[in-house]
Write a protein that binds this ligand. Sequence first.
Ligand SMILES: [Zn+2]
Ligand SMILES: [Zn+2]
Length: 319
Amino acid sequence: MGDARAVTERHLGLFRNVPAARPGLCRVCHSAPAEPPGRHAPPAGDPGRRAAPSEEPGRHVAPAGARLVLARSRAAREERRVARDEPHGPAHLCAGCLRAAAGLHRHTPHVVPVSLCARTGDDRRLYDLVTRRRTPPGEPSPATLLAATLARFHRAHLRCLTRAAGGPFTLVTTVPGAGADRPVEAFDLLPRVVQWVSALRGRHRPVLMPGGDRAAEAALTRHIPDERAFHVLGRLDGERVLLLDELFVTGARVQSAASALYRAGAEEVVALVVARLADPWADTRLADAWARPYDFGRCCLCDPAARPSPDAGPRAGPG
Ligand SMILES: [Zn+2]
Ligand SMILES: [Zn+2]
């Protein structure tokens, strides 16, 4: 990768700050309001919508009522665990993360978005970029911009990401792309992008494959996490995985991939996603972060008020 700072600096207007982790925001994705205490998301599907049996996660077949009870008790257990782990009082998950926590073998508690994005209005350029809706004239190719973005953010926040993983990453991998909100391409762009980022390519292995289960793929397009959506090539015992994806809508896709990695033996999975689709007006904390000029020196894991920004200052460096 050439000068990641120069490329991203020219297109800083694409990015929107992700608010720092704090009570009231989801403790997994840090970028959506947490559900009010005691309120559990439905086990699958859109909020308030009861899932059809074919959409429900898991392979075992149990009566729909029993599965619903099981999923609710899992959600309640996760909420109790979260409340116990959080020293500053109960912290909660957003609807999407709660659904992933309840519906999968294991979800990653660490999702780090580089930027918020919106699907509508004047602020939709990053969304258009990651979904390849359009590349306006004069803008760099999506691959160039994605590589520069990942290179710069990874360099600035490697310490934050490593701390979340509990140690240095031993594997970098990407979520295979397809389905709704995904670019229709003959090949996945992200694995190619990773090859351009010197800090990532040495540990990159494409271990995640589409699971080939049509019901699971259909579930993901409806933002329902599904254990069968991906499978992993080989064992990953003891690996600390940096999982890359371009877009995080509800987390169904990223978390289904994370669950497959944990099943294959991964010790820890940290998801680094370029764009988190958000409704900035749903919450004042999101709106505040949205309104500030974007700063590559802060991420949702490092509090800029608490320590100097590792990416601060005008010094340019190689990507
Ligand atoms: Zn969340
Ligand atoms: Zn950070």
